[in-house]
Design a protein around this ligand. Structure first.
Ligand code: TXA
Ligand code: MG
Length: 344
């Protein structure tokens, strides 16, 4: 198993000498071409120095990620990204001034300093400045940008704890920095600023309206068209999937009863204080695992992946998820659940 090192941190307080020493060790591993798993406010990332093409190639191998899917480059702020971009649009300046550091990724025209392997051969680069104090400090100590996709095998659920990373990637990662449970719990919002109009490629913790306010302009998408998939290959229909078959249900209770009657081991995810019926639980002879998530989009997102990981670990065959509300605030959660439930 890979080494997992806890890094103590407290919001608004400088890191301890011990934590800084751990980050210097992580920086040494990265400078020698190694891979380090990093905590961010969204999900854990699998990082390599972005300008080290050979190290970045190891990320693709570790994840089993198609070479056609580009990586997000993490920077400590706008100063670090200047050499990486061909142009830095006014819109990028405006949104990042509001939301960096934070769960926002912007796609802009790349310079030649970004290796081909990071861009997957494209002409743009995705950039994000993470807020998590451990990774923010690591970037400051390292003084170099980090390419980092989510730290999971390609196509599976993103990790929100260090244990999830270890379970998914094992020895393919040289060191895992344990900075606790990720706060957002789902991946960053990806905003494409390289085209004629700003467009959300992947919904996330920051919703479109919020970004439109800071951008002073309107933003398109996301739509599940073939052209958005081409622009952001990570947006393949089936993605973020648990091992069990996941289905979205309008009447979850009904579906759960049916599956239990067919002798299945079932996970059921509801919202708010809905108790699984005593009848369903007793009739299931321990084959039903019920989890209730907070009934607000941010709270629900925070716990979603950890719940799916937990149900997979329990060996359920089917996961029934009560369909969340359809309004914009739930968009990112809807997106992840729809992909997780996609069947060929
Ligand atoms: O929250 C996050 O964004 C996490 C943390 C670790 O920062 N990272 C993450 O990376 O989710 P990944 O690789 O799992 O997802 C990156 C998404 C993919 O859908 C990818 O196709 C898209 O961003 N992407 C990356 N570079 C792009 C580019 N140049 N143009 C369009 N889409 C891009
Ligand atoms: Mg991912």
């Amino acid at each position: 198993m890979p080494e997992i090192v806890p890094v103590a941190w407290e919001a608004g307080t400088p890191l301890s000498a011990e934590s800084r020493a751990t980050l210097r060790r992580a920086a040494d591993i990265l400078l020698r071409g190694g891979l380090v798993a990093i905590p961010t406010e969204t999900v854990y990332g699998l990082a390599a120095v972005a300008t080290d093409a050979a190290a970045v190639a190891r990320i693709f191998a570790a994840k089993g990620r198609p070479a056609s899917n580009p990586l997000i480059v993490h920077v400590s702020g706008v100063d670090m990204l200047r050499p990486l971009v061909a142009t830095w649009p006014e819109e990028a300046e405006r949104v990042t001034a509001h939301h960096w550091p934070g769960p926002l990724t912007v796609v802009v025209p790349a310079s030649d300093a970004v290796p081909d392997v990071v861009r997957a051969g494209g002409t743009t680069v995705a950039l994000r400045s993470p807020e998590h104090p451990v990774t923010a400090s690591l970037l400051a100590i390292l003084g170099k940008p980090l390419a980092a996709p989510s730290a999971n095998r390609s196509g599976l659920i993103s990790p929100t704890t260090a244990a999830h990373v270890a379970a998914s990637l094992g020895d393919a990662v040289d060191l895992i920095l344990d900075g606790g449970t990720c706060d957002c719990g789902i991946e960053s919002t990806v905003l494409d600023l390289s085209g004629a109009v700003p467009r959300v490629l992947r919904p996330g913790p920051l919703d479109r309206q919020t970004l439109e306010v800071s951008l002073h302009g309107s933003i398109e998408g996301p739509e599940a068209t073939s052209s958005t998939v081409a622009r952001s290959p990570g947006l393949l229909p089936r993605h973020y999937a648990p091992k069990a078959e996941l289905e979205l249900a309008t009447d979850g209770r009904e579906r759960v009863h049916t599956l239990l009657a067919a002798d299945k081991r079932v996970g059921w995810i509801t919202r708010g204080a809905v108790a699984a019926t005593a009848a369903a639980a007793s009739a299931s002879k321990g084959r039903l695992h019920h989890l209730s998530l907070p009934d607000d989009p941010a709270g629900y997102a925070r716990h979603l992946y950890a719940s799916l990981h937990a149900l997979d670990d329990l060996g359920v065959e089917a996961i029934v998820v009560d369909r969340p509300p359809g309004d914009e605030a739930w968009h990112a959660v809807q997106d992840r659940l729809t992909r997780a439930s996609y069947r060929e």
